[in-house]
Design a protein around this ligand. Structure first.
Ligand SMILES: Cc1cc2nc3c(=O)[nH]c(=O)nc-3n(C[C@H](O)[C@H](O)[C@H](O)COP(=O)(O)OP(=O)(O)OC[C@H]3O[C@@H](n4cnc5c(N)ncnc54)[C@H](O)[C@@H]3O)c2cc1C
Length: 439
């Protein structure tokens, strides 16, 4: 808590787009001191995780040291810790190692975790893509199956080069496009003795289109690009079980595979259940239009961690631009509160939906009227919005040049197989059938 008359103390949990946006605004103000707590000592840029997973970018390219970011802001105290519980009444948070931090304001921005919807085996055997750690594990596993198949081509019959991506939303679609491109361009030229053409990428979704939230034209465009690159799209189909060596689909198909990538859905980070606060859809904290929690003035929930009311009804989507704007807005709201200035509810400035399906294929639906762009123009819009998300974290121009270079060149970045824990495969386990796919 603050000393009487001293700066007010703001405790922020999570340094994603939302928590970091809030901390960076408050860092500039003398009337507050901030404790920013995260279980990692870096901010990670989730929209580019799939590029790390497919060796297009290095992990360092999408992670930024929090210490570096705040080195000139003595009013921001960073704590590397995992918060395990919250008392919203006392405005305290408790960490795994037992420290307790009390604030005048609590800002909860712990983000999401994958939602496996209780699919048997999914949590144990699939590879989610939500954190830098996930992306590095996935990269190693992709490289390992190619190495193993190169050493023993018979493993291809055991599904070594079958990749199953669960979920046809932006995460699954971007991953499918990038993986197909990696196989077709890089792997085909680097593995001289391996029949890389035997590789299969499956994209499975229980809905009836890929990129569900986009328009019908966008569904068709995305499906066309993915099919052109060899992705097999299985719509109206869900994954019933994930085993170490295969997946079972709802239509009875069994696909032999040692790499299932989970982009099937998200829910609030586990901390949400330890807050004593009302949880709505996806376990997210229900907030009022000013992002505070009913009955707990001074306690805010932001970004992916919250169900934020949308003016049209329902909740705002889990997007970087929503999270960043809630962070900025909350900082301003706290400053108004301190000065007893009247304020307005949070208003989201819609930046639209975007997805990159491959180097030459992007889709963007811009603004509230969803003006639709495809191809290079959409790619330019994608760059613009992602540079906006990087504001303050990295130099905008630097980011533009790097990404544009990467887009127009055919280069691939790091291909070190450095996570042997995730890479190692027991080919005897659940891989004993000779049939690659049975219906
Ligand atoms: C693969 C992928 C691709 C995406 N692509 C796009 C895109 O192209 N465009 C777009 O707008 N959005 C995209 N998104 C969504 C966007 O990344 C999220 O909406 C955004 O990151 C949410 O920000 P946040 O600050 O709420 O949470 P997060 O960014 O998840 O940050 C949460 C932070 O809290 C920390 N944390 C969690 N629990 C604890 C704890 N108990 N104790 C301490 N710290 C904790 C985490 O370490 C993390 O730093 C994508 C998401 C994913 C997963």
């Amino acid at each position: 808590m603050s000393d009487k008359g001293g700066p007010k103390h703001v405790v922020i949990v999570g340094s994603g787009f939302a928590g970091l946006g809030c901390a960076r605004k408050l860092a500039l103000r003398k009337e507050v001191r901030v404790t920013l707590i995260d279980k990692n000592n870096y901010h990670q840029f989730q929209p580019l995780l799939y590029q790390v997973a497919t060796s297009l970018l290095a992990p360092d390219d999408i992670a930024v040291s929090l210490r570096k970011l705040f080195r000139t802001h003595p009013n921001v105290d960073l704590k590397l810790a995992e918060v395990v519980s919250i008392d919203p009444k006392a405005k305290t948070v408790t960490t795994k190692s037992g420290e307790v931090y009390q604030g005048d304001y609590l800002v909860l921005a712990a983000g999401s975790q994958p939602n496996f919807f209780r699919t048997p085996g999914a949590a144990e055997h699939s590879f989610p893509l939500y954190s830098l750690n996930d992306a590095e594990r996935l990269r190693s596993r992709i490289l390992e199956v190619f190495e193993d198949a190169d050493r023993d081509p018979k493993l291809v019959e055991k599904g070594a080069l079958n990749f199953v991506i669960v979920g046809g939303g932006p995460t699954g679609t971007e991953m499918a496009g990038a993986l197909a491109e990696m196989i077709n361009s890089t792997m085909a030229s680097e593995y001289h003795d391996l029949a890389v053409t035997g590789a299969k990428v499956y994209l499975v979704d229980h809905g009836h289109a890929v990129l569900g939230p986009f328009s019908e034209r966008a569904h068709e465009y995305a499906a066309r690009v993915l099919k052109r690159d060899g992705v097999q799209i299985r719509l109206g189909t869900s994954v019933k079980e994930v085993a170490p060596g295969h997946v079972m689909l709802s239509d009875g198909t069994r696909i032999e595979t040692h790499l299932v990538i989970w982009g099937g859905g998200l829910m609030a980070a586990p901390l949400a259940a330890q807050t004593g606060l009302p949880q709505g859809r996806g376990g997210r904290i229900d907030v009022r239009p000013d992002l505070t929690v009913e009955g707990f003035p001074g306690v805010y929930a932001l970004g992916d961690f919250a169900n934020i009311p949308s003016p049209g009804g329902g909740a705002l989507p889990q997007l970087g631009s929503v999270a960043l704007q809630t962070g900025y807005w909350t900082a301003q709201h706290i400053l108004y509160e301190i000065k007893n200035i009247a304020h307005f509810p949070f208003h989201y400035h819609d930046k639209g939906f975007m997805a990159m399906i491959g180097r030459n294929a992007a889709i963007a639906e811009i603004g509230e009227h969803r003006h639709e762009l495809h191809g290079p123009v959409a790619f330019a819009a994608w760059l613009g919005v992602h540079s906006y998300l990087m504001t303050g974290v990295r130099n905008r121009i630097e980011a533009f040049i790097e990404w544009a270079w990467d887009y127009f060149s055919a280069s691939r970045g790091p291909q070190e197989l450095d996570r042997s824990d995730a890479a190692r495969i027991d080919w005897g386990e659940d891989g004993d059938t000779d049939e690659e796919e049975k219906s």
